[in-house]
Structures are given as C-alpha cells and as structure tokens.
Design a binder for this molecule. Structure first.
Ligand SMILES: C[S@@+](CC[C@H](N)C(=O)[O-])C[C@H]1O[C@@H](n2cnc3c(N)ncnc32)[C@H](O)[C@@H]1O
Ligand code: SF4
Length: 398
C-alpha cells in the first residue's frame, strides 16, 4: 500500500528521514467467506451467491487468530466474498479487537442497514472500507446489480452517522477513470475519512477482464489528479487520507510530481520511498483464503503455500522454501525485462508480479501494468517485452 498523503505531507512540511521499523508479522488479509451477494466483473475471488463448502468454522478461525497474534501480525483486514454474509462475523470481529489487532472490514456495503448498523458500530472496527467503482450507472454495471450504488452510499451514510471511520475503495478501469473527479467530490459531500485507489490486478475475473484495465495515459491522468487533489486538501488543512494499491509505480510517479512542485525535497522523498520499499507481497502482506489456504497476497489464489488446518500460519509463513516466496524475499527481486533495468527498482520492488504472471506465464517478467515510460525509468532504447493487458495502448506509451 502506498500512503500518498504521508509523502505529500512530508514534501510540504519536511521532517528528518527515518528508517521504517520492520513489522514482526505481515498484515493479513483474510477472506473469511467466498460467498457474495454481488458478482463484480473484476473480482479476484470469483465470488458469487452460492455456498462454498469447506470454509473455516468459528473455532478454527479463533485458533488461527491466536497463532497470528503470537506471530506478531499487527493488522487483520476481514474480507470475502462479502464478510457480512458470515453469520459469525461480529463474534470474529469482537475477538480480533479483544486480541488487540487493528481490524478493518472490507465490504461492498450493500448489506449494511438500519438493522445491523449498531452491531457494526459495536464491533469496533478501526476502519470500514466500502467499495465504490464509479458513479451510479457505472458502479451498478460493474458490480452487476442495480441499486448497488445507492445501497453502498447509504451504508457510508449510516457508518458516518454511527461514528465509524469510513473509506471508499475505488478500482480504476477504462470505464470509470473519467468519473474520478466526481468520486472525489463524494468524499467531501459525505465527509469520508479515507480514499483507496486500487489499480486493477489480473487475477480471477480481474484476469479475464484485464482488457478493461485503464490505459497508461488514463492512469497517469488519474494519479496526477489524485496527487493534486490531496495536495490541495492538505493546503486547506483537510486531513483526509489517500492511499493506493496494486501498482507500486505510484511511488516513482510521485517522485516525478515532486520534481515539479518541490524540487528541493526530491532526494529526501526518494529516500523515504526507498525506506517504504514498494511491493510487499509475500513479505509484509499475506493472505488466508476461505478454506484456510495461505497465499503470498490476495491475488495469488492459484498459488498455495499450505493450509492453516494442517500447519499453523506462523510456520507456513516463516518456514517456506517455496521458489516464488524466496523470490519475493530476495533483494532485489529476480525481475526481468524493463523492471530489471529500471532506475526505480529499489523504490517499487518490481511492482505487481501477478500481472506479469497472468500475461506472460513467468513470475518474474516485467509488469505490464507499469505506466511509467521507458524514458522515465531510464531504459529508453529497450522495447517492452510483453504487451500491456489493456488493448489499443496509445503508441506513444509503448
Ligand atoms: C474481493 S473484495 C471483498 C470485499 C467486498 N466484497 C467488496 O467488494 O468490497 C475486496 C476488495 O478487492 C477489490 N478487488 C476485487 N478484485 C480486484 C482486482 N482484480 N483488482 C483490484 N482490486 C480488486 C474490490 O473492489 C474490493 O474493494
Ligand atoms: S469484489 Fe466484493 S462485492 Fe464484488 S463479487 Fe467480489 S467479493 Fe463480491
């Protein structure tokens, strides 16, 4: 995750650059259930409104949670499918909170209503992230359910009214990038605390629909808009948090933005970004799926590291001799093509491997989702080795 606000703030009000403390355990994104009331076109978990057999039961979830706590996992993001479809979600959430985890709920919001908002408030989530992927028509088409947008925005209203910290989670595609300014207006209108721009990752239905990924020019425009918007809000004293995920080129792209706005601060920002270290799959990010299978992150559901029913998470995570995991933990990662030669490799850490794998079949190929030009990354004379997933890439971007 790229914490844009923090870095822009550091440009405006410089403080000494400090090393980032290494967390003991990874952040765990936990897909507690695969069932979902929606069937979104990009869904990495290929969720649908059917019963998926063999999911971890409450007791098993508690056993895993104890192990995660002991292993030093600081954050649990409870996700799905739609986590609110799990009958024991509030018991699980209460236990996670009692054990002292930072607990986030990742939900489509459509099942939040007047009847359960008190329970949600009592669960004491540190943060509730609600997905909004465009304005009403676009969102409903993308999420394949009429009325989804209205229901999710009503959930935002209810959560805010109940005093819960709320974020919007927006996955950028060709279909919604033009609507970003309107979505940013919604943040103000509803006094939303956080905005998470998620780049499309190519797995599950997101892999099948990767041709809908934003073109490089669109992503660049969206990111520039976001930097400007965040900067402008900070200047006006608005403390909203902006973060992005699934494209670690965002770090170097901010560095280029800083070159125009705060040229004196560029060396300090470069150092801060190196300390952040870019992509964290398999290192500071982990995933447990609904069946208890551990993956390097949420987008690697076709890549298993072990099952918590047989082996504790702590053992799977620390004891792995798996090749992909060893690559993730290598520095620099054994990336190829333009990623290998990129001048920003120490900042982005080779970006998102699942996209490279989905398009090329090779874990370590260059990431086709990197929207920086060859000139920017310092490999002007080297052509891209694999075509970007989005069709009809404007020629000047290749
Ligand atoms: C799998 S959903 C589960 C939680 C809940 N059902 C929801 O939609 O918010 C978690 C988050 O991942 C995002 N997501 C799903 N597939 C994705 C993909 N292929 N690339 C990027 N983000 C994705 C969703 O938009 C959502 O914000
Ligand atoms: S992205 Fe979320 S809401 Fe959409 S189908 Fe997947 S789990 Fe359900």
């Amino acid at each position: 995750m790229f914490r844009m606000t923090r870095y822009i703030e550091s440009l405006m009000h410089p403080t000494p650059v400090r090393p980032v403390p290494k967390p003991k355990g990874p952040v765990v994104i936990w897909n507690l259930i695969r069932r979902c009331n929606l069937t979104c076109k990009h869904c990495y978990s290929i969720s649908a409104d059917i019963d998926f057999k063999g999911e971890l039961d409450t007791r098993e979830v508690y056993t895993v949670m104890d192990d995660l706590k002991e292993f030093g996992v600081p954050v649990l993001i409870l996700s799905g499918g739609e986590p609110l479809m799990r009958p024991d979600i509030f018991d699980i959430s209460a236990r996670a909170r009692d054990l002292g985890f930072y607990v986030g709920l990742s939900t489509n919001g459509t099942l939040i209503n007047e009847d359960n908002i008190d329970q949600i408030a009592q669960a004491g989530y540190d943060y509730v992230g609600i997905s909004i992927d465009g304005l009403e028509k676009t969102h409903d088409e993308f999420r394949q359910k009429q009325g989804a947008f209205a229901a999710s925005m009503e959930a935002v209203r209810l959560c805010k009214q109940a005093g819960i910290k709320v974020g919007l989670r927006f996955t950028l595609t060709q279909d919604n990038f033009r609507q970003l300014p309107d979505i940013l207006d919604l943040l103000d209108e509803h006094d939303i605390d956080k905005f998470y721009l998620s780049h499309l990752n190519y797995s599950g239905r997101g892999g099948r629909n990767r041709k809908r990924d934003a073109w490089y020019d669109m992503t660049r425009e969206a990111m520039t808009l976001l930097f400007d918007h965040c900067h402008d809000e900070l200047k006006r004293g608005i403390q909203r948090e902006y973060v992005t995920g699934n494209n670690d080129a965002d770090g170097p792209f901010l560095l280029q933005w800083a070159q125009q706005h705060y040229p004196d601060q560029v060396p300090a920002l470069a150092q801060r970004l190196e300390n952040w270290g870019g992509n964290a799959s398999g290192v500071n990010i982990a995933n447990i799926d609904n069946l208890g299978v551990v993956h390097p992150d949420t987008f690697w559901w076709n890549y298993d590291l072990g099952n918590v029913r047989q082996t504790p998470f702590s053992k799977i995570w620390s004891g792995t001799t798996d090749g992909l995991m060893q690559g993730f933990r290598q520095s620099p990662r054994p990336v190829k093509g333009r990623c290998a030669d990129c001048r920003y490799l120490t900042i982005c850490n080779g970006n998102t491997r699942v996209r490279a794998y989905n398009v090329s079949g090779d874990f370590w190929e260059e990431d086709p989702g990197c929207y920086l030009t060859n000139e920017e990354i310092g490999v002007a004379e080297v052509p891209r080795r694999i075509a970007a997933a989005a069709v009809e890439i404007p020629v000047n971007n290749l």
